[in-house]
Design a protein around this ligand. Sequence first.
Ligand code: ADP
Length: 514
Amino acid sequence: LTSSTIGERLHVIHIAAEMAPVAKVGGLGDVVTGLSKALQKKGHLVEVVLPKYDCMQYELIRDLKVLDVPVESYFDGRLFKNKIWVGTVEGLPVYFIEPLHPSKFFWRNELYGEHDDFKRFSYFSRAALELVLQAGKKPDIIHCHDWQTAFVAPLYWDLYVPKGLDSARICFTCHNFEYQGVAPASELASCGLDVHHLNRPDRMQDHSSNDKVNPVKGAVVFSNIVTTVSPTYAQEVRTSEGGRGLHETLNTYSKKFVGILNGIDTDAWNPATDPFLKVQYHANDIDGKAENKEALRRHLQLSSSNTRQPLVACITRLVPQKGVHLIRHAIYRTLELGGQFVLLGSSPVPQIQEKVLFLQREFEDICNHFKTHEHARLILKYDESLSHLIYAASDMLIIPSIFEPCGLTQMIAMRYGAIPIARKTGGLNDSVFDLDDDTIPPQYRNGFTFLTADEQGLNNALERAFNHYNNDPDSWKQLVQKDMNTDFSWDSSAPLYEELYQKSIARARNRNYT
Ligand code: ADP
């Protein structure tokens, strides 16, 4: 790091498919907003480029207006005009690209899951770079995310540096290596990339077939910085079991690949100010938790006869990654142990995947089974406001993921004083530390963990949590307070990104001077 880059105001442009709260499906949206806000607070200029979806929460965008100048971008051998909108989201300047293309790419009433997703997002990646070029911006960092904007990396070096957009270093963050956007190689040509040049095993060719390309692989190869969302997950994806076919590429580029744990938005997730709660509370006065528990029980028509009866919750997408068979088991085991269980589970975007449909039906059956049960309730939908009340009301939150790149629910749970019971994988392994693990310094221990993804593993952790809760209420209360006081904000992770950016910029400058 040269002294000239330390303390320098950086210009960072995120090109992404999601941004919370206006266009969010999962953790990616939270990261774009959380990281951007934290870097802006440190004095950097941070801008975001998003597709202009029809289904965004427009009421959360301030001062939205169209810019006078349309931006023309290339696709399938032609130039198309794009209407460029600009507005403010959470205090951040955001550009929204509305393609004037007959396919109405972002006018589909959802963010993902369309038959032409590869086209939609390769189009967007190209249009976003065109906007940066035509607006005359000179960013220090262009930060792209997941396969949807992974195209930015090869597009930048192959097409935009020659056009004169050459100020930036490219950072790529993969939020989940499960989704790599693999498609027939010929599709790559639509956005102007050279298929022959890129469809090679050491570039974008997918490991599964020599006529398929992999956008995530392309971004790993062509970016200056590659990150994922926790240190443990970064290790896991470098193994053949965890890498989903990319472990060799990630090992080849291990020098530029790091895992940084996500933070959470501690303004949005704050039990002391949260408008969705019955009663606000904070670490020094946790009595409000009991009132929220009572309110949730009433709302869900669960028994309120025993205030000390432990309430276990799970807030999740119901997909195999989240350990659905263990979630189902946890419902029954919790009841056997004398607890109450609440599941808030959403189905992913409608998919023809049989596995997911089967899962959905299974949970609908369990949901019906417990419809009038005194101690268990399943709510099968996505419900932001209810999720807040559940975090506040619960004593424990269960997260038995098979793999988990970072995971946010364990951190939100702790901020609300719900003790996490989590499987030791990915980001859960970097944020939940077992109360009974003597190898971990006591001050870091904050929950209950298990390693093997089976019923015994889960039972063991759940039973230890119940014993602790039932037999030592004072110590449990101290644990709740300790977890609530832990800092999960972006303040600790944003400086790590800042340092990566600065080091990369410094390396490029040094190279140019020599
Ligand atoms: P992923 O991004 O894989 O779904 P994360 O743990 O990173 O998992 O992020 C999950 C986020 O989505 C959290 O903010 C959580 O509260 C929220 N969430 C998950 N399922 C639901 C649901 N059914 N209703 C409301 N919020 C949900």
